[in-house]
Design a protein. Sequence first.
Length: 256
Amino acid sequence: MCVIICCFSKRVSPDELNQAQKTNRDGGGIAWVDADRKRVEFSKGLDAKEIFELSEKFPFPYIVHFRSGTSGPDTKEMTHPFPISKGVPTMLHGRSRRVLFHNGIWSNWKHGMQKLVLSRGLRVPDGDWSDTRALAFMVHHVGRGFLNLMDYDRFAMLSGDGFVRTWGTWTKGDGMYYSNTYWKSSGYTGSCSVGHGAQGYLGYEDTDEWEYEGKIFKSKNKGGDKKVLKIVDVSKVDPPSKAKPLEQLTSGQPLD
């Protein structure tokens, strides 16, 4: 699970950046608007310190992202954002009319890409791919309305006119929006997929129950400190803290 932080009137602090990086360890990125050129500038493959130093120089709004890789290689080139353009380049520093940030998983992205390129006779740009690079490619060719079809995911798009568009459920803070706040919890250490596009959140050994998207997730020790997840429907349990897992174990793999 990644995190997106949209800063509208308050700068994200070094402490928050360090927290976000600690639980999303595969690299950060930042995008801001060059008002003179009416283009979005971005830099990625960065750490928390580099992002903070850059963010001090920019006007609002700007957007920050930290990645926890779930598809594609864990390289600097696969960090966010991605330009929404024909080639969806993976350069670490650049300029574009629009860029895309993603918090979530599109598990069927390869199939979606194959259908698009074969039906339209499109060339697939070179380089490594992830679900988010594929989404930026899709948005360029079929429009941003495609993002409305993505359940559970959160997106932020920054345009050269300074407009920030978001999709999904966000947490409003003081002068900023967060795509999630699980990284702020001392018990959160990572994430795994639990099927149907949902996300399951893993904590330390003493954390065995938490809520996400109206559901209670419970962990079960299996092989020492590794945990797998079971999911229950919180709407059928009162109070939620008394929830018992369903019999069917989700397909999420344990995390170290």
